[in-house]
Ligand binder design. Sequence first.
Ligand code: MG
Ligand code: ZN
Length: 214
Amino acid sequence: MEVKIMKNILGANKTLAEENRRYFKDKHITAVNVMASPGAGKTSVILKLIHSLKDEVNIGVIEGDIASSIDAEKIEKLGIAVIQVNTGGGCHLDANMIKASVESLCLKSDTLLFIENVGNLVCPSAFDLGEGIRMVVASVPEGHDKPFKYISMFEAADVIILNKVDLMPYMDFDRESFYKGVRALNDRAPVFEVSCRTGQGMDELVQWVRQACR
Ligand code: MG
Ligand code: ZN
């Protein structure tokens, strides 16, 4: 019985996600679903990309969190159109939340839309939002075993970011094992090693996102 209910929820979500996808396509909106565990650096990556790209493309942000508007406030300070979605305990965003958020954001055509999902490596990957790009952020302090444990997240990624690489000398992070785990699941997504703190590796990531917007 429970399985059936879950299927119905995912079925309804899929239909709404397709509506979102059509809307994004019609308006030339590149929607990026940013997923990671809490603290990996989703907001930091988005802020860095905003700094680099805001003079060349319209940017909008949907901030998903269980509670608070801390991250949305950081983005608002940069003069970027942002909306905070509080899920009230819910551990992922769904297509309906995105539909409602997009309506109130009134996005222009040719916009790069970042959707920061709730910090969670499990169910966000099961809920299609209608996005064009699935961005997964991993970080060095979390350890190299994440791809082995959160299979569907890494399988579905279009781009993978390994953040906080400046901490590599202080951590027992096995880079080779990390890549082995990633490539066993996903042989197409590029992996960018970055540090939002030092700026290392950001130019390559910015260039990739710029290309993806075209
Ligand atoms: Mg955040
Ligand atoms: Zn969830």
